[in-house]
Each structure stands twice: as structure tokens, then as C-alpha cells.
Design a protein around this ligand. Structure first.
Ligand code: C2E
Ligand code: CA
Ligand code: CA
Length: 843
């Protein structure tokens, strides 16, 4: 259900509830008011009835008196018409007379045997009727007969005449009579004329309270019945009197004095009457009598003159209910337009609330469809206004977010195809480009494709020693230099990652491509300066050609890579073109690496010792430790082969650790055993200076753990170690020097010598590379370099040693030129420990 419908429904229901509650309350109040009103009315009515009853009683009494007068007149007429002795009078005569005088009957009473009885009568039932039991009546008869005025208060007493109150006929209870009694002494009987039934009742009807009651009953709406109850006798039995064999109830003892009693409920009514009289207040109850809902009210009337009585009013309760019902219907009908009004108002109200929500919703839907940045005007200051504002913010945010996303997508797209450091196309770009070229060449659009693979030599060392930021700068610089060497067309330089670059040449002949490659080698190896550091770098490169070597894209790249590695193995700074043999070397290399790793783990690495001798004195100064590896599968592998592999595979430091431990242990053992102080020279790879402080720490550790004198330890480093002339390396060398270790430059003369570092660094000794020693011919024609190195060391006050001395003339030449320290097969090949011991130490 929509909010709009909910709101309308809610308000309508709310108002409906309120109206229902109001109507119910009104109903209850109306009911109470009606009943109250009814009560008041009844009180008024009863008061009036009481008044009327009293009134009519009085007028009835007057009429009774009039009847009494009439009866007296009739009596006198009777006396005049009849003989003085009743014995002479017949009953027929009396009937006749009664007709004449317009009375109902005439009875003659006379004293007989201590009683006064009916002696003659027009009413046969009166004859012989005894009056002895009639109490005040009998007394009154006696008073009449005695010619005394009748003393009784009831009825009407006149001279010689008494008229009793209207009463049920004691001779026949079916009749109501008004009697007159006359006796003046002229007769032997009391003359008793009387009116019966109709005559009496007519008066009562005309003037009595019953008449009044009937009138009221008719005139009052809803009044079903009015009754004047005699509370003393109502509901009681045995109030009857037996006289002359008849049972009758005296008029004043009748339970109901006036009115009818058709809505009977004797037991309950009696209780209510009692309560009414006791409290002096009217009592009421609701009940169903004669299949009608009636409200019965009992009003007590207490007059001073007469006995108290109760007026009962029976009210038609259905009338109240009908009235209430009508009232309710009226109210509900009145409510109806109101509800309708509320419904309309609430619909208008809910529409006014939901319309802006709907607008916002449409707006949000619009945004959700991708129309970011769309703004809805804020025209309200309520919660909805706040919401719109937030949605606008969101919309704006989404727009900028999308924009950022797009640009970052473009950026990442660029990154996907370019290298962030150099801005050059990357490996992926290269592959796609190469693919295009190959397709073009297959379509004979272009004839040649060449891949030039380049890698900076020892870049890992340079990078680690320089620090990465300078390393990055170096890469940028190299990239720049390479680019400068390339033709502006048909060449495509890419960076493959790390220090690898690849150039894709199209439509250049292999000869032309090789020329470009060589130019690159030459240009790159020019010294460069990065933030104060002088750096000399070189690159190794490999070439592969399409279609000469392969027509497969991946293979072409792999071949160029292989050729590049081959040039690395050959010392770097070279261009090599792929050829089939390289393939085999690659697998061999991998085999070596695998086996070497195992050998280091299993500690099957051995160390050989080659003496360093003082040729002039003919003594052994010390030994150089040289690693040896005899593999189960590969057989003997030369250090020249596996040292390179170890360096590439990152195994060189653990290999050094093995050699260092074995050699130090051996030397310290020999020193003790033979009371010697041999110097020990160990070879260090440039890579080991990547973490120079750790290296210093480890060297010190091993020496001290074998209690070797640092002064007898010599580290052999190559010129390439010094090429990257960084603070770190210099610091480490100084530290080791201070510790007492001496430092030799191995293979001196083959690298890129710079005189400046020889002066700057704490170097002790130069080791002339054996190639220069081999160059010393018997006629010394090729000996300039060796000579130059010797004189250089002398002028720099450095020690000098020649390695690879195999021939006597070489020894002679060196000694002649001032180099007495030598190493070589002439003195000894590198020997296993026990051989060395046997050859040099036991003697
Ligand atoms: P290197 O440091 O210049 O070692 C001297 C090399 O020359 C050794 O070869 C040695 O056997 C050889 N040699 C000695 N006297 C003569 C001679 O009179 N004539 C000829 N032709 N050769 C001679 P080796 O043992 O095969 O070692 C080759 C290279 O391997 C070494 O050159 C060194 O650079 C490296 N190397 C050897 N052992 C280790 C090591 O423990 N650690 C490191 N980092 N490199 C090592
Ligand atoms: Ca060496
Ligand atoms: Ca050497």
C-alpha cells in the first residue's frame, strides 16, 4: 500500500474512531438524560396524580354525600308510603317503591331476638340477613333505633339518618353499594334504601380517581399504566371478611385502590413499594413484562389525612430505546459528511506530502540510471529539504567519483601499456606490437624483424648499493641513452621490467641491427653521475632475427634473452646473436644451479689451497682458498662455471660461507699443529657487498670463532666491486681494514680501472691477472702491462702479487721488475688440505 493511501486511511480511521467514541458517549449521556427526564416527568405526573386523586376523592365524597341526601329523601318518602309495621309490607311493595323512587333496592331492618336483621327487601338476598357482626354499622343501627344521633365518623350522619360509606355488599360481594338508614320512631323498622353498582360506580367513574388515572394514562406518551397501590395489603392474602356466609374484601383493604394492574410482577413490585415508602423517594426498575420492555416507577405518597399509598407508573422503555436509536442514527448520519470531509482533506494532505517524495524518488531513479550530477532545486526547509540536499550531494559526489574513475581508468590503461618509471611501452605493449609486426611480415609487408634484448650488467649490485632511488635514476638514464642510439623509425624501445630493455626493429637487416646494438653498448658504458656518485655501467645484449631464428613470437623473445645471457656469461658489455648452442648452455646452467644448491646444503663443497710464495726468500707466505665441487652426476665442475651460476642464482653468499668456514677451520688447525702463522686469502664476490654491514659482521664473526688473527686474513675483491663507488662499500672496507684485514684487488687490469679509487680506498695489494703473466713472452716483448702494474703499485705504496706464474722466465721477469710475491703452478697447483699438508707443512 502506498504512503498516500496509508495516510488517508489512517486519518479516516482515526476520525471514525473519534466519532464512534463520541457517539457512544453521547448515546450513554442521552440515555441517562432521557431516563432522568423520564423520572422527572414521572415525578411530576405522580405528584399531579396524587393531587388529582385527593381532589377526586373529595369530589367523590361530596357526591357520596349527595347520594346520602338523596337516600334520606327517598327514606322519608318510603316512610310516608309504607305502613308502620313491616309485617304489613310485602317485598313486592318494596320493589315497586324502589322503582318509583329510583333507588336500586329497599331493605327494611328490624330488631329480632337480639339482632337486627333484614326483615323485608326488594333484594331477596337481604332478607334475614344478620347485622350483628357488622361492628360500627351494628352500633349505628342500635343508635338509630334508640333515637340517638349516630356517632360513627364514617359515612354521613343526619338527624334520624345515617349513610354508610360505599362498600362491597355484605349480602353479595359482587356488588358495590351506597346505603342510607332512616329511623324516626314511627316505624318498627329501619328504612334502608340503597344504590347499587352502576349508580355508585358511575359516580366513581365520573368523579373518582380511576377516571383521572385513565385520562393521564391516555394523555401521557409512553405511559402504559397507572396504578394506585394500597401498600399495606398489596401482595398479601387473607384480607377478606366473612359475613352472612359471604367472603369479601373491604373497599379500603383492596390491594389496588385505583387504576389497573396488567403489568404484573407482584413480588418485585411489593419490594420496590416497600423501599419507596421507607426512603420516601421513588424507586424504579427495568424489566420485560408481557413481552414488553417496561420501566416501572413507584412513587410514595404520604398525606396527613389518609393512609400512605404508592403510585405505580409503567413506562414503555421501548420508547426510550426508539428515541435513543433515532438519536444515534441521526448522529451517525451527521457524522457521515464529516468523515467524507476528513477523507477528502486527508487525501489532499497525503498527496501534498507524497508528491514531493515522489519527485525525489523520480530524481533518485534518474540518478540511479546514471545521470549523475543532476541537481534538484531545494525549496523546503524540512526533513525532505535535507534529504534532497543530501541526494544532491550524493549526485554530485557520484559525478566527480565517476569522473575520477574514468581518468584513473585511462591512467591505468596507460599503465597497462606503459612503464611508469621510464614512460616507455611495457612488455604487454611490446608483445602486441611484435605480434603486429609478425603478421605484417607474414603478409610480406615487412621483410625483417629483430628483437634486441638488453640487461644492465650487475644491476642488482648497483641497485642495492646505490639505493633504489638512484637505481631508478640510472634506469631512466640508460633508457635515455638507448633511445638516443635508435633510429627514429622502425624501432620500438620497451622496458620489460627491472633492468631489461627490448628493442623491436622492423625492416632492418641483421647487420644494421647489430650496428645499432653495438652503438648502444658503447654509449651506455660512458661514465655517468648520479647525485655525486660516479657510476660506470655496461649492458649485455642478445639478438634474435625473424625469420632466420624462428617465426614464433615467444621463441624469438626467448632466443634474444638467451643470447643476452650468453653475453653476460662472457663478462657482459657485449652483443651476442642467438645461435643453437646457447640453448644447450641454458639447460646446463639450470642443471648446475640445481645440483649446486644441493651440494651447499649437503656440505659436499670442498676447498683447495694454493700457496702464495715469496720467490726471493723461497718461503710460503700464505694460501688462497679456492672452492672445489665434485658432483656425483656432473663430475668435476670448474669454479669459472659454477661461480657465475651461483651469483645469478643468489647462492654466492652461502657458498662463500662454506668456503670461509672450511678454510678458517683448516688454517687455525694448521697454525696450531705446525706453530705457523699462515695468511689466508678468500675470494669475495661483488654481490656480497649488497649488505655490506652484514658482511663485515659475518667476517668478524667467523674469524673470531676460529680465533684467527685478522692481520693474517686477506680478502680478494675484483675491480667490479669497486666500480660502484658508494659510501656503503667504502665504509665496509674501512671497517674491515681497521679490524686488521688486508684487501687485495684480484684480476687487476682486466676491469675498468680508475686511479682515483685506488687512492681513496684502503687497499693493500694488487694481484696482477694471470692473463698478463701469460703475456710475458720469453723475450719479454709483451710484458708492458705487468711492468706497468708493478710500478703503479710501487708508486702507490701497495703490495703486488702475480698470479698464474707457470714458467721460470715469468718468475725471473717478475723478480727483475720488483715483484717477489707469486702464485702459480710453478710453485703448486691448488691442493686438497691433506696434500697441501704433506707437501708444505710436514717437512
Ligand atoms: P682467481 O681468484 O683468479 O683464482 C686463481 C685461479 O687461477 C684458480 O682457478 C687457480 O686454480 C688458477 N691458477 C693458479 N695458478 C695457476 C697457473 O699457474 N696457471 C693457470 N692457468 N691457472 C692457475 P680456479 O680455482 O679454477 O678458480 C677460478 C676462479 O674462480 C678464481 O679466480 C676465482 O675468481 C673464482 N673462485 C675460486 N674459488 C672461489 C671462491 O671460493 N669464492 C669466489 N668468490 N670465487 C672463487
Ligand atoms: Ca683470487
Ligand atoms: Ca685472479
Amino acid at each position: 500500500m502506498s504512503i498516500k493511501k496509508k495516510i488517508s486511511l489512517f486519518f479516516t480511521l482515526l476520525v471514525l474512531c473519534i466519532l464512534l467514541a463520541n457517539n457512544t458517549l453521547h448515546y450513554i449521556r442521552s440515555k441517562n438524560r432521557l431516563i432522568e427526564f423520564n423520572q422527572k416527568e414521572i415525578t411530576l405526573v405522580t405528584e399531579e396524580i396524587a393531587y388529582e386523586v385527593e381532589n377526586s376523592k373529595n369530589s367523590a365524597l361530596y357526591m357520596e354525600d349527595r347520594m346520602a341526601q338523596e337516600l334520606r329523601t327517598a327514606s322519608i318518602a318510603i316512610q310516608r308510603s309504607l305502613p308502620s309495621k313491616y309485617q304489613d309490607i310485602s317485598n313486592e311493595r318494596l320493589k315497586e317503591l324502589a322503582k318509583q323512587l329510583r333507588v336500586s333496592h329497599i331493605t327494611l331492618l328490624a330488631p329480632v331476638e337480639g339482632d337486627i336483621i333484614g326483615v323485608r327487601s326488594s333484594d331477596s338476598k337481604e332478607i334475614n340477613m344478620s347485622t350483628k357482626e357488622w361492628s360500627y354499622w351494628y352500633t349505628s343501627f342500635q343508635e338509630l333505633l334508640a333515637n340517638r344521633p349516630v356517632t360513627t365518623k364514617k359515612g354521613m350522619a343526619l338527624p334520624n339518618f345515617w349513610s354508610g360509606p360505599i362498600e362491597v355488599a355484605s349480602s353479595n360481594p359482587k356488588h358495590v353499594d351506597k346505603w342510607g338508614y332512616y329511623y324516626d320512631g314511627s316505624t318498627n323498622y329501619i328504612i334502608n334504601p340503597y344504590f347499587r353498582d352502576k349508580d355508585v360506580i358511575n359516580i366513581e367513574k365520573q368523579f373518582g380517581p380511576t377516571n383521572v388515572m385513565n385520562r393521564f394514562t391516555k394523555s401521557l406518551d409512553g405511559v402504559l399504566e397507572l396504578t394506585v397501590f394500597n401498600p399495606t395489603n398489596f401482595g398479601r392474602h387473607n384480607q377478606s371478611v366473612y359475613l352472612n356466609g359471604n367472603r369479601y374484601v373491604k373497599m379500603k383493604d383492596q390491594p389496588i385502590w385505583y387504576g389497573t394492574y396488567t403489568y404484573q410482577n407482584t413480588k418485585r413490585d411489593k419490594a420496590f413499594m416497600k423501599k419507596a415508602l421507607k426512603t420516601g423517594r421513588s424507586q424504579r426498575y427495568l424489566s420485560e413484562i408481557n413481552k414488553k420492555q417496561v420501566l416501572k416507577t413507584f412513587v410514595p405518597i404520604k398525606e396527613d389525612k389518609s393512609a400512605p399509598y404508592v403510585i405505580g407508573v409503567v413506562y414503555d422503555y421501548g420508547l426510550i430505546e426508539t428515541e435513543l436509536h433515532q438519536e444515534l442514527v441521526k448522529h451517525l448520519l451527521l457524522s457521515l459528511p464529516f468523515i467524507l470531509l476528513v477523507l477528502i482533506v486527508s487525501i489532499i494532505f497525503s498527496t501534498s506530502i507524497t508528491r514531493p517524495i515522489k519527485n525525489v524518488m523520480e530524481h533518485v531513479n534518474h540518478i540511479a540510471k546514471g545521470n549523475f550530477g543532476k541537481i534538484l532545486a531545494v525549496r523546503r526547509r524540512d526533513e525532505l529539504g535535507g534529504l534532497i540536499e543530501n541526494i544532491n550531494h550524493l549526485s554530485h559526489f557520484l559525478k566527480t567519483y565517476l569522473h575520477d574513475l574514468k581518468s584513473s581508468q585511462e591512467e591505468s590503461e596507460f599503465h597497462a601499456y606503459h612503464d611508469s618509471l621510464t614512460g616507455l611501452p611495457n612488455r604487454r605493449y611490446f608483445k602486441e606490437e611484435l605480434n603486429r609486426r609478425l603478421i605484417e611480415s607474414q603478409q610480406k609487408i615487412i621483410k625483417h624483424v629483430a628483437v634486441l634484448f638488453m640487461d644492465i650488467d650487475r644491476f642488482k649490485d648497483i641497485n642495492d648499493t646505490l639505493g633504489h632511488s638512484k637505481g631508478d635514476q640510472l634506469i631512466q638514464l640508460v633508457a635515455h641513452r638507448i633511445k638516443a642510439c635508435l633510429p627514429p623509425y622502425n624501432s620500438f624501445l620497451t622496458r620489460q621490467g627491472g633492468d631489461e630493455f627490448v628493442v623491436l626493429f622492423s625492416d632492418f637487416s641483421p647487420v644494421e641491427v647489430e650496428k645499432f646494438a653495438r652503438k648502444i653498448i658503447l654509449d651506455v658504458q660512458q661514465p655517468c653521475y648520479i647525485k655525486g656518485d660516479e657510476i660506470v655501467v655496461s649492458i649485455s645484449s642478445g639478438l634474435s632475427f625473424y625469420p632466420e631464428h624462428s617465426t614464433n613470437l615467444d621463441t624469438l623473445i626467448t632466443y634474444a634473452d638467451m643470447a643476452m645471457y650468453a653475453s653476460k656469461r662472457k663478462g657482459g658489455n657485449k652483443v651476442m646473436v642467438y645461435h643453437e648452442l646457447l640453448n644447450e648452455k641454458q639447460t646446463e646452467k639450470m642443471q648446475i644451479e640445481k645440483r649446486l644448491r644441493k651440494a651447499i646444503q649437503k656440505e659436499t663443497i670442498e676447498v683447495y689451497y694454493q700457496p702464495k710464495v715469496d720467490a726471493r726468500r723461497n718461503t710460503i707466505m700464505g694460501v688462497e682458498a679456492l672452492v672445489r665441487w665434485h658432483d656425483e652426476e656432473l663430475g668435476f665442475v670448474s669454479p669459472d662455471v659454477f661461480i657465475d651460476v651461483a651469483e645469478e642464482a643468489g647462492l654466492i653468499h652461502s657458498l662463500w660461507g662454506s668456503v670461509m668456514n672450511i678454510a678458517c677451520e683448516q688454517i687455525s688447525k694448521w697454525n696450531k699443529l705446525f706453530n705457523q702463522e699462515l695468511t689466508l686469502a678468500v675470494n669475495f664476490s661483488p654481490r656480497q657487498f649488497q649488505d655490506s654491514s652484514l658482511l663485515v659482521h659475518e667476517v668478524k664473526n667467523v674469524l673470531s670463532s676460529y680465533k684467527l688473527n685478522p692481520g693474517s686474513f686477506e680478502m680478494e675483491i675484483t675491480e667490479s666491486t669497486l666500480l660502484i663507488n658508494t659510501q656503503e662499500t667504502i665504509k665496509a672496507l674501512h671497517e674491515l681494514k681497521e679490524y686488521g684485514i688486508s684487501i687485495s684487488i684480484d684480476d687487476f687490469g682486466t676491469g675498468y680501472s680508475s686511479l682515483s679509487y685506488l687512492k681513496k680506498l684502503p687497499i693493500d695489494c694488487l694481484k696482477i691477472d694471470r692473463s698478463f703473466i701469460q703475456d710475458i713472452q720469453e723475450d719479454y716483448s709483451n710484458s708492458e702491462i705487468a711492468q706497468a702494474i708493478i710500478s703503479l703499485s710501487q708508486s702507490l705504496k701497495l703490495e703486488v702479487i702475480a698470479e698464474g706464474v707457470e714458467e721460470e722466465y715469468q718468475k725471473a721477469f717478475l723478480m727483475e721488475n720488483g715483484c717477489d710475491h707469486m702464485q702459480g703452478y710453478l710453485f703448486s697447483k691448488p691442493l686438497a688440505a691433506k696434500d697441501f699438508e704433506a707437501a708444505f707443512l710436514n717437512s
